[in-house]
Structure formats: structure tokens, C-alpha cells
Design a binder for this molecule. Structure first.
Ligand code: SF4
Length: 216
């Protein structure tokens, strides 16, 4: 331990020792639901604000990518436009199974992210915040999506549906509360007494072409 302290002091450099954790798609919108990417890649103004503040950026894993079938979330696409088929009528039976599996996968990722936060803190770094995405069923901080309603509506998507139709569904299914991943991550952070603030990027504002700056 004394060696760590000595070398850290002796090899002092330009690192700011201030870190922010961002939801994956804030740096890479290629993992967003189909129709939900407003940018080719990163949310530039948010990333720029972090860079201007001298923050190191940790990109959290996209939980839906891991639980719902890769970057295109293929397990969910199975329900799209399914009205009239057996799987549409079975959706309310399948949803609890999907949610059970989702919580298992997300719980593991939440523990890994909390491990990383704890490592930064115990190494003398400040984690200034964890930024989620309001309006996401996984990463929402204050606003999530009603999954039952959204499965019903995506099942009714016509063959001609476009990104606008998909985002109309997202707006119609907004609900108060945290997304599943952020809920589990917050519990893990609180259980360990890590004391990191949670902040939200607003997906709906982004879809409308504006996004309020975060207090970073
Ligand atoms: S909001 Fe979360 S789950 Fe949705 S694309 Fe972004 S990182 Fe993935």
C-alpha cells in the first residue's frame, strides 16, 4: 500500500482524477433501438462538455445489447409487426420470462460497473456522476418505458412503419420511474455506500432536436 502511494506521488502526471460514467449509447448511438439514433455516433455536445470539464469518460456496457440479442436487439424484433401471429397473443406470457432473464443479465452488469466505480474511488479518483438515458426501459433515471404497452404497440406496427412510427410508440409508452438497469445499478451503488450522483440525458428532448446540458 505504501508502495502504491509512493509511486502514485512520484509518477504524478496530468490526469484529472475526475471520472464520469456514461450510458453506452451516449458515446455510440449505434446500439439504440431501431429508429432511435439521432446522431451517427456520439451525443457530441455531452461528450464535449465532459472533455471541456477535464473528465475521463467510462462507457458503461449497453445492457440491452447483452440481454436482448446484440446491437440490433433481435429478441425484441421478433415481436415487431407480429399482430395476428401466435407470438403476439403470447406476449403477456413471454414478457415475465423476458423480464426475469433481463434482470439476471442486468444485475451482473450492474455489479461489474459498481466494481469499477469502487476501484476508482478507492484509488483516489472522484466519480462525478453516472449518466443514464431518461425514456429508456433500461437506462432511464427518472423516466422509463411501459414494456407491456410497448410490446403491444410494436406488435401492431404495419409493414410500412418507419422511425417516426417507432418514436411515436416510445412517446406513448413513457412512464415515471427508473429503467431496469439503472434501478439495479443504483441499488448496488447504494448498498456499497459509494455515494455517486445519478444524472439523466433526456432521450425525448434529443428526439425533438434539443437536449439540456448536464450539470457536470
Ligand atoms: S439507453 Fe441504455 S440500453 Fe438503451 S441503447 Fe442506450 S445504453 Fe443501450
Amino acid at each position: 500500500m505504501a508502495d502504491v502511494r509512493r509511486w502514485t506521488r512520484q509518477l504524478d502526471d496530468k490526469r484529472s482524477r475526475r471520472i464520469v460514467f456514461l450510458s453506452h449509447c451516449l458515446l455510440n448511438e449505434n446500439t439504440r433501438y431501431l429508429g432511435g439514433a439521432c446522431r451517427p455516433g456520439a451525443v457530441r455536445e455531452l461528450v464535449q462538455a465532459c472533455l471541456d470539464s477535464g473528465l475521463g469518460i467510462v462507457q458503461m456496457p449497453c445492457p440491452e445489447e447483452h440481454a436482448w440479442g446484440g446491437v440490433l436487439k433481435r429478441r425484441l424484433l421478433w415481436f415487431f409487426g407480429s399482430k395476428g401471429r401466435l407470438r403476439y397473443w403470447l406476449r403477456n406470457v413471454l414478457l415475465p420470462v423476458l423480464l426475469w432473464y433481463t434482470r439476471r443479465v442486468y444485475g451482473k452488469i450492474a455489479r461489474q460497473v459498481a466494481d469499477q466505480v469502487a476501484d476508482y474511488q478507492s484509488s483516489g479518483f472522484t466519480v462525478v456522476g453516472i449518466v443514464g438515458v431518461d425514456g429508456s426501459p433500461s437506462c432511464g433515471v427518472r423516466r422509463t418505458i411501459d414494456m407491456k404497452r410497448s410490446l403491444e404497440l410494436v406488435g401492431q406496427l404495419p409493414p410500412t412503419a418507419d422511425a417516426g412510427d417507432m418514436n411515436t410508440i416510445i412517446r406513448a409508452c413513457l412512464a415515471e420511474g427508473s429503467g431496469i438497469f439503472l434501478e439495479l445499478l443504483r441499488k448496488e451503488i447504494e448498498r456499497r455506500g459509494l455515494g455517486v450522483p445519478f444524472l439523466a440525458h433526456d432521450l425525448i428532448a434529443e428526439l425533438q432536436g434539443s437536449a439540456a446540458p448536464l450539470p457536470l
